[in-house]
Design a binder for this molecule. Structure first.
Ligand code: AMP
Length: 184
């Protein structure tokens, strides 16, 4: 089962991805986590993307697409994946569609978490993960980038009739139950 978890920063994608991973026993692929791990380990990729993440901007499509395609080719993802934070542009979505159809695979569900903007900002400021992009100024940039570049991905998958819109306000377990119900 291939699931995409989608939504603005602070919507709870990472948290719900972890719950889906343990429920369905399929691996989690978070592009944000990959970038943060590379930055921490000061790899060549980490050095390239650090300033971009710090600014709250997007890593270039070609870089992200290559990383995700390399990951998805690994055996561990052949039975399924929970994609979190990817695709984030229509170009990335088109590349993912192409990759999957070229490999006889497909997206089963595109789950989008809806949360009012005010709550998103509060959640990010309160999550206390010490992320360099979790500051008021960077959150503003990330939300703008989300509206300008990422939100159109929603329409791309609406056209394919894959979108499950989930109310992302409530307790973690409440939201997870809504997701399971929508996937049923
Ligand atoms: P996230 O952990 O998903 O909030 O991602 C943190 C940051 O990593 C984003 O603000 C971007 O700078 C970068 N990033 C993660 N995923 C992508 C993606 N699919 N395309 C471009 N940049 C990404």
């Amino acid at each position: 089962m291939n699931i995409i978890l989608f939504g603005p920063p602070g919507a709870g994608k990472g948290t719900q991805a972890e719950k889906l991973v343990s429920h369905f026993n399929i691996p989690h692929l978070s592009t944000g986590n990959i970038f943060r791990a590379n930055i921490k380990q000061q790899t060549p990729l980490g050095k390239i993307v650090k300033a971009i993440l710090d600014d709250g901007k997007l890593v270039p499509d070609e870089t992200v697409v290559e990383i995700v395609a390399d990951e998805l080719k690994k055996n561990e993802y052949h039975e399924g994946v929970v994609l979190d934070g990817f695709p984030r542009t229509v170009k990335q979505a088109e590349s993912l569609d192409q990759f999957f159809s070229g490999n006889g695979r497909g997206i089963d569900a595109f789950v989008t978490l809806t949360v009012p903007e005010e709550e998103l900002i509060n959640r990010i400021l309160n999550r206390g993960q010490g992320r360099s992009d979790d500051t008021p100024e960077k959150i503003k940039t990330r939300l703008q980038v989300y509206h300008d570049e990422t939100e159109p991905v929603l329409n791309h998958y609406k056209k394919q009739d894959l979108v499950k819109e989930i109310d992302g306000v409530g307790s973690v377990d409440e939201i997870f139950s809504r997701i399971l119900e929508a996937l049923d």
